[in-house]
Design a protein around this ligand. Sequence first.
Ligand SMILES: [Zn+2]
Length: 190
Amino acid sequence: MRCILCEKLSFKGVCKSCLTKLLMQNRRTRVLDSGLKVYSFFSYDSIALILHVKHRFWGHRILKQIAKETFGKFAKEFEFSSPIYAIGIDDRVDDNYSHTAILVNAIKSKNIKPLYKVLRAKNSVKYSGKSYEYRRKNPRKFQLNKKCKSSVILIDDIITSGQTLDEAFQILKKESIDVLFALTLADAKN
Ligand SMILES: [Zn+2]
């Protein structure tokens, strides 16, 4: 196949030189109103093409490759002295395809334990292209399906307004769960 970015022949969806270039771009950090710190590996613009690969099979493979190079490496670089949980935001499986579940899976390590289907939105509203006002009036209404005794890292594919992560953070805080920070693949804020 060809690299989806530079179109050179490549065994993987994104060739090594394109991936290296992508990874050298500045990581983003944001602190949300709630105080939650959010780290992102890319700006949204830089990987929009990857997230919108039309063919689902290839899209899935490419996301897995990127997840391994970002979330996977993160798990190796950061050692936690005691086990912590990684929780994906609303890792709903649509057609066996969930961005968030792939990312959560990639961060699995000795001391980072992925938890699936723990945080589910009761409101399946789509925020894409909607105004801040609309998002504020239509919260996702997350439901927590498990008691977590260890600290937690929240994981999502894209952060835009940050409202979804803020909402998830508040729910966990209410349950007295220690949330360390959030990790997202891409930050859509310019
Ligand atoms: Zn390339």
